[in-house]
Structures are given as structure tokens and as C-alpha cells.
Design a protein around this ligand. Sequence first.
Ligand code: TYM
Length: 328
Amino acid sequence: MPATTILSGIRPTGNLHVGNYLGALQNFVQLQDRHECFFFIADLHALNEQFDAKEKYAQVLDTAATFIAAGLDPSRSTIFVQSRLPAHAQLAVTLANFIPVGYLFRMTQYKEKAGKQAQGNANAGLLYYPVLMAADILLYQPTFVPVGDDQDQHVELSRDIAGFFNKRFGPTFGLPKTLHTETPRVMSLLDPTKKMSKTLGGNHCLNLDDPPAVITKKLSRAVTDTGDGTGAGAKNLLLLLEHFADHDTAQRFQRAAKEKTIRYADLKQTLARAISDYLKPIQEKKTALLANPDHLEELLAAGAVRADSVAQKTLSAVFQKIGLRPGD
Ligand code: TYM
């Protein structure tokens, strides 16, 4: 029997980048060997920023294909699309009643994303986002939630909500913990003081779909330092090399950085080749999967059935506790 339950989600916002991969997806693949895993495409979470309705469905399928191409195995992991399970929205609406709104206004991501807009103009989905995320998590009662460190505060809020609920209605939810990789925050190529994120723009990110020429070009523009490997940009590139190149190559550049003999043009070229080689089989597999959308849909439908059987149990228990269903 698998030891623990793991759950995580990724928003379908178009191309995933190497930050999503090293902070989350690669870890999902490793975890599925040892645990009961639920991984989902968080499509309801992708509506609070600008989006094109004509593209959204394709992005959902694209994310599903990326999950599987990167190594998630639908026979070992339960892979599903959030909006297809009404239990997520039902639990979110329920849990919203047990968390003071002040907790939501304090969320860093809310403040960052809503901050530029006039008071009251941010959409309510942005404020409510962590409640939906708490519902996503608590429905499956996971021990661990593997995420990058930008999601820590949200996972913490799901613990707060679980705690408030348990205190009032008796033990119902376990308290989930975050699980980080060694790279919980991959930085932007152009502004290494910020995390790599799609909202910063295309040249800040290396996307999992980027062809070799694009990877080479983006890396050639990446910020480094004056030659000692201590600048945030250089450190970020050395970190990427550690994860995408072989051990000896990564060590060679680490040594050169310490000895202040590092040549960043070489580093960038070597890194571009390593990342391109690493991504090639993932890209090929993804193209093959997307050529057969019916098959992908079948996999997602099977995942939804499996996930829903777990989600419904939690939801029934919650509804019983709060008196919306008859007790035992
Ligand atoms: P999302 O879609 O923004 O990102 C998906 C995952 O990638 C991680 N990540 C990074 N890791 C390292 N370095 C980076 N530069 C980087 N950028 C992103 C994120 O931390 C995340 O793990 N709210 C979530 C989706 C979600 C969720 C959930 C996750 C919805 N419900 C329930 C876990 C459990 C999000 O927006 O991730």
C-alpha cells in the first residue's frame, strides 16, 4: 500500500516553464512511485487573470499532455481536471464561511496581483482563490502538497481553514504540509531578483515547449555577473545546469565560477544544449499525445471518476458535520 497521499495542481495558462517543472512537475513524477497521488489541472484557478476563452480548452489539454509527456503515468497517478468535479466548488463555497475575509486580504499573491488596481476593482475570484485551493487540497486529505515556494502561504491558509473547521465541528481534516524540491524558486532569466513566471513575459522564462534555437536565444540574453558566479542570475544558470546537465559538466562550471575563470558564453551554450536534449523526448511525446485528443479525454475521464470517489467521501463527511445531511 502506498504510504501517504499527495496532491497538487497546475494552472493551464499555456506553456509551462522550467520553474513549473523543477519546482513541481518533476517532483510529481518521482512521488508517484511511492505514494497515492492526485494531480490536477487547476482550470478554475486560471480565470482570475486575463485569458482568452477560445484558447482555454486547448490549454487544458496541453497541460494534461505535458503532465503525461513529463512522466506522469495515469495508471499510477490520478490525473484530472478540476472544473469537472463539482465537489471542488461545493467545498470551496462551504469553507469560505469558516475563514475571516481578513486572512484573504493579507495573502501576498492577492496583494501583488490586485495591488496595481484601484481599490475594489480586483475580481472577487482573485481574493477567493486560496479558499478554492484549500478545497482542492482538503478534499483529498493529502499529507503533502508538492509546490514551489510561491504557494506556501496558500497551503498554510488551507491548514488554517482546516484548523478552524476541526475546532468547531470536530476532527475532520488532517493538516497538509508543503513539499519542496531543491529548486522551489527558479528565477527569471532577465530579472533574477524575481521568480520565473509567465506573467513577467516570454523572455523571462524557458518554456518546456521551446525549440533549441529559442532556448539558445533566451539564454544568450540572460543576466549573469562580472565573472565569479555570485550574482543571482549566474547562480540561477548554474542551478539549471546542475539539474539539466550531467554531474561532471555542472561541477566543471561550478569550479570555474569559484576560480573566477568562468566564461558565461560557454555556460550558456552548454546549458542550452543540455536543456534542449533533456526536453526533446518530452516534446516529442507531448506532440504524439496531442495528436489523439480523444485518448487524452478518456484518460482524464477515468481520472475524474477515481478522484471523485475520494472527493465525494470528504464532501459527505463535511456536509454531515455541518448539518446539511442527516447524521449517522
Ligand atoms: P501555478 O500553476 O502557478 O504553478 C504550478 C507549480 O509550479 C510552481 N512554480 C515554480 N516553482 C519553482 N520556481 C518557479 N519559478 C515557479 N513558478 C511556479 C508553483 O509553486 C506550483 O507548484 N495555486 C497553484 C495551483 C493550485 C494548487 C492547488 C497547487 C490550485 N490548487 C492545490 C497545489 C494544491 C498555482 O497557481 O500554481
